[in-house]
Design a protein around this ligand. Sequence first.
Ligand SMILES: NC(=O)c1ccc[n+]([C@@H]2O[C@H](COP(=O)([O-])OP(=O)(O)OC[C@H]3O[C@@H](n4cnc5c(N)ncnc54)[C@H](OP(=O)(O)O)[C@@H]3O)[C@@H](O)[C@H]2O)c1
Length: 271
Amino acid sequence: MHYENVAGLPLPVLGLGTMRLHGEQCRSIVSAALAEGYRHIDTARSYDNEEDVGAGIRQSSVPRDEIVLVTKVWHTDLAGPDVEEAAESSLRRLGTDYVDVLLVHWPSRAVPLEETLEAFAQVREQGKARFIGVGNFPSTMFEGIAGVPGLIGNQVEYHPYLGQDKILTSARSNGLVVTAYCPLGRAGDLLQDPLLQELAGSYGKTVPQIVLRWLIEQDRVAAIPGTSDPGHLRENVDVFDFELSPDDAAAISSLARGARVVNPPHAPDWD
Ligand SMILES: NC(=O)c1ccc[n+]([C@@H]2O[C@H](COP(=O)([O-])OP(=O)(O)OC[C@H]3O[C@@H](n4cnc5c(N)ncnc54)[C@H](OP(=O)(O)O)[C@@H]3O)[C@@H](O)[C@H]2O)c1
């Protein structure tokens, strides 16, 4: 099994999303993921599972420094002093001295972005985060911060039913990464799509595998499927033994229809 990093950056192309995992199930899925070869684990303070994610990591035999651990600061904690407190309490719950990536979970309408980024830079200078990043930043907002030191990229919803061309262009021209969340469209209609089912048949793979392969074959894209099922965990990482033809990848891209799964009241104006 081959777990590549996104070009030139210490972020494995495939990670485990842990939203909705709690307690023993969370600990055992995280530790099973590491045993299966996942080296990128995505959590957030708002998932209320950082203690379990940390315990799952310690339960596994994989050393901490081989794991890319990502957590996020909620949009109500983005004022300067709140960022430091949020980062420290995440580290305490995770039981680690540092995270590999600390993300702004959602942009704030209340706190100036400069103030937040300055606080994130301080957390990084203190060695508590190796990289910083953002989540759910529309393309113009993302483009505006592209030169920030230590910035790794933007985590956004991305799957065949929701294109992200502008954000991808911005990431590629600035040497950054797009991490695709809800890469399986949260197992909605996407998994029944006739084209994806046909491709799954012709490649001898499943629809989730076709979708994940389509994502990670793209330049500067990582994907973080979530699962509570050990079988799905294995299936989702078994995507390194085939390649999509350029025509098939283009056909999947043409399914984009602006279908967003995640669009809460605090979401920014998407562009
Ligand atoms: N930055 C943000 O604002 C943000 C927002 C949302 C999510 N995220 C991150 O992105 C991660 C992924 O998103 P998500 O979990 O919402 O959606 P997702 O990964 O698109 O889909 C998860 C759903 O797919 C099912 N599934 C997974 N693998 C499958 C397979 N091989 N076959 C059939 N069904 C499968 C899971 O059910 P089973 O449990 O039965 O496998 C679950 O219901 C989250 O866990 C979180 O870490 C970030």
